[in-house]
Design a protein around this ligand. Sequence first.
Ligand code: NAD
Length: 405
Amino acid sequence: MVFENAQTQLEKAKKHIELTQETEESLKYPSEAFSFSIPVKMDNGSLKVFEGHRVRYNDARGPTKGGIRYHPGVSLDEVKALAFWMTIKSAVINIPYGGGKGGVTVDPKKLSKTELERLSRGWMRKACRIVGPDRDIPAPDVYTNAQIMAWMVDEYSTIVGKYSPAVITGKPLSLGGSLGRSYATALGGFYCVKEAVEKVKIGKTVAVQGFGNAGSHMARLLSEDGYKVIAVSDSKGGALLEKGFDFKKLSEVKEKERRVDAYPGCKKLGPTELLELDCDILVLAALENQVTKENADKIKAKMIVELANGPTTPEADDILHKNGKFIIPDILANAGGVCVSYFEWVQNKQGYYWKEDEVNAKLHEKMVKEFGATFDIHKEKKVDMRTAAYVLALGRIDEATNAKA
Ligand code: NAD
């Protein structure tokens, strides 16, 4: 289903760019798709087997790159779609990577820390056949973090017998992580919003779906910049506060109560209510398929920022576009994450580390340039921003594919 959505977006974009037959063929299927079992000794002594995946979609522009997701809904179909989107995203932001993705079908909240470590090391023991610093470079995604990357890089370095920080990004700073990486996805999205509001005049009220890495940093950055975050949600529920949340207090509540709707004095929201609120900017920072043909007509926000991957289905996209919404699509809005992952990899390869300001300045330059390039195609070809970003990316992938033909 998600992979089908990705292919539908590709077909739509292909109407606006001529691709060679080589490129069309090479984008039809993943270059490698690998599923495997991960046996884990549980704390109670029993053995449990989890299903893991890694997909390398396309490497025309460089080694494949993409995160690892731990979620009960992970399937090979989803990982394929996410790997495809990574191929497009790396090309939109113009970094020398192709696209990959990985995952484990698991509810990590049900595992102890030691079980999680054994699972993560087990994933790397299987996936080490296809990952590598110049071949395929994983990173964090939903419910994976710097600690998990630390276990994985350690496992990989043990297997190959040498310190190999460039095999994975999103690592702790002490193991070769980059300053600025932890909030890079949100910062990249924030830079896009700043560019967009120059072109599309709108107000400053914001709703954020998903309060994890991407969503919480975005809420912080927007609040610090004078935007009013009036609604937030996580997997347990949503919260509305018309006068706007105090970000510091909100993160303390989330930290302590593990849910945002415990914020004192807020109105609790049902699972989809946040999406339909009357606000200027809707940030989607949870999971895919959140805006569908069933609720797209009810969206009141004027601008939609997709920090999550694939949060809008193709049918919903058409409805939103018809309703005049300005969408900053996932393949551009959340590209800050992979961009700073690339910076981390470059620093690992050089063995020389940059200051935080330097990382953020380089990210800013990239985001502004590629937002501008996408916006120009959107205007010139009279297509929506997602199609414009696809056209930009496909042109670059086509060029690299044909340079080798
Ligand atoms: P995360 O695990 O840190 O956070 C996910 C958040 O979504 C959690 O707060 C969770 O409670 C919430 N959530 C889950 N289901 C929900 C629902 N139905 N309604 C509301 N909230 C819900 O993950 P993340 O890293 O922030 O990733 C979020 C999205 O951003 C994913 O689609 C991911 O692929 C994408 N993304 C993340 C990065 C990154 O660097 N972290 C980069 C690019 C894209």
